[in-house]
Design a protein around this ligand. Structure first.
Ligand code: NCD
Ligand code: ZN
Ligand code: ZN
Length: 430
């Protein structure tokens, strides 16, 4: 008999169907109308959706753990319906060599509540040796504001079939505009969208032929989307909930809390982002969870660090907005779950045979007001304060219940390090 069976209403391939999902050793082995299991868990109410894979979080561990750490960050992920996160390399020390990769993986294995991957930060020193990291990391990251763009040509020739994610703001362009800014509208001007567009174009030109799977993180402007549409190259494109839901304006307060890179832009940019998300031109939603403490944010705007937290609110807020607007849930689940998993060659993000048994249960009628003191971030604040969201009541990761009835039942250290499956290529196909 099958080890474990979960029965309820699942969203599968765009349809809501009542069925049973059979699980053995954390993997989905069967999806049928009815199944018997040694353990059977029934959800007579609620809807079961795949849990999210957030390909862009800054968990700040090691070295910046006054802002967040692997425990608090992944606990927040769990409560937000995220069963897998991929952590960015700008920690202390940065994740740029074998030692720092191994250290971060071991921290994650000790502290993580959900599965996790890591990025290697690509720099002038390791760029020639990236092949040595292929088996060690989940993906590669280039932060273009700190990167010599003339190196891209060389990089494109490396035979590495992994995700290469870009923070696309071109260094020289930001330096040109780069005066100090005193508020959000100025910030958007000093890091103008043309700098994002230029970065996107340069990457696409220089890396037209490459084995890497190019991912553009947190695209924020309509002109960058236009630039992307002018190239035939298959790449993947991410957007954050904050760029979809906020524009640069005086009414966001305190202003410095909303300071982020790339900046919040105009309502026209927001409209273009929504259109591209709904059409599939933008294929991934990522949180860019970048927590800073209130003390760090409560300084003069020009001195405040950029970045806002979001891993716990991403799924709940987007789910609420999609329902309110009547947008197809299938599109949301693709952008939050199956596309990011597929991009990284992970067996997650879909309720189907052979996939990890990762899913959430939601009660679509249980709409909550978002309040920082109910979230699990170390930084203690959220830019989505007072907005509405639908939080999962339950979370399963590899068949184990991590959240039950809105309470934590999972263990610290349960999370496992993930990287693309052996022989499984990452995939930029739509
Ligand atoms: C991020 C951070 O704080 O680490 N800040 C941000 O404004 N997004 C860095 C980044 O993703 O660019
Ligand atoms: Zn970034
Ligand atoms: Zn980031």
């Amino acid at each position: 008999m099958i080890e474990k069976v979960v029965e309820g209403k699942f969203l599968i391939d765009g349809k809501i169907i009542h069925c049973c999902v059979g699980i053995e050793r954390g993997t989905i082995v069967d999806v049928k109308k009815s199944l018997d299991g040694e353990t059977k868990i029934r959800f007579p109410r609620g809807l079961i959706l795949p849990s999210a894979v957030d390909v862009h979080v800054h968990l700040r561990d090691p070295g910046l753990t006054h802002k967040e750490d692997f425990s608090t960050g992944t606990l927040s992920a769990a409560f937000g319906g995220v069963s897998c996160v991929i952590d960015m390399p700008n920690t202390k020390p940065p994740t740029v060599d074998k030692e720092s990769c191994k250290e971060k993986i071991s921290i994650g294995e000790r502290k993580s509540y959900v599965d996790f991957g890591i990025y290697l930060g690509v720099n002038e020193n390791n760029i020639k040796k990236l092949r040595d990291f292929e088996g060690l990391v989940t993906g590669f990251k280039i932060y273009l504001p700190d990167f010599d763009i003339t190196l891209l040509g060389e990089l494109s020739k490396l035979k590495v079939k992994r995700v290469l994610a870009f923070h696309a703001e071109e260094k020289r362009c930001i330096e040109k505009f780069g005066k100090k800014s005193e508020n959000l509208i100025e910030h958007a001007k000093t890091r103008a969208s043309v700098c994002e567009k230029t970065a996107v174009e340069k990457v696409l030109k220089e890396m037209e032929k490459t084995d890497f799977h190019i991912h553009f993180c947190h695209i924020s402007s309509s002109i960058s989307l236009y630039a992307l549409s002018q190239f035939k190259k298959k790449v993947s494109v991410g957007v954050t909930p904050h760029h979809l839901l906020f524009k640069a304006s005086r009414s966001l307060t305190p202003q410095s809390y909303y300071k982020v890179n790339p900046p919040l832009r105009t309502s026209l940019d927001q409209e273009a982002l929504w259109e591209a998300l709904l059409s599939g031109e933008i294929d991934i939603i990522e949180s860019d969870h970048a927590p800073h403490t209130t003390d760090e944010k409560e300084v003069d705007f020009s001195e405040a660090p950029s970045g806002i937290p979001g891993v716990e609110t991403m799924y709940p807020v987007m789910l609420y907005v999609f329902l309110m607007k009547g947008y197809p849930l299938e599109r949301l689940v693709s952008a939050l779950c199956s596309r990011p998993a597929r991009l990284f060659g992970l067996k997650k993000g879909r309720i189907a045979k052979g996939m990890d048994a990762d899913f959430i249960v939601v009660d679509l009628k249980k709409v909550k007001k978002i309040m920082a003191d109910r979230l699990h971030y170390k930084c203690g604040w959220t830019p989505f304060e007072g907005m509405k969201g639908i939080f999962p009541t339950d979370l399963f990761v590899r068949g184990e219940r991590i959240i039950e009835d809105e309470e934590l039942v999972g263990d610290r250290g349960f999370g496992r390090f993930v990287k693309p499956r052996e022989g499984e290529e990452s995939c930029t196909e739509k």
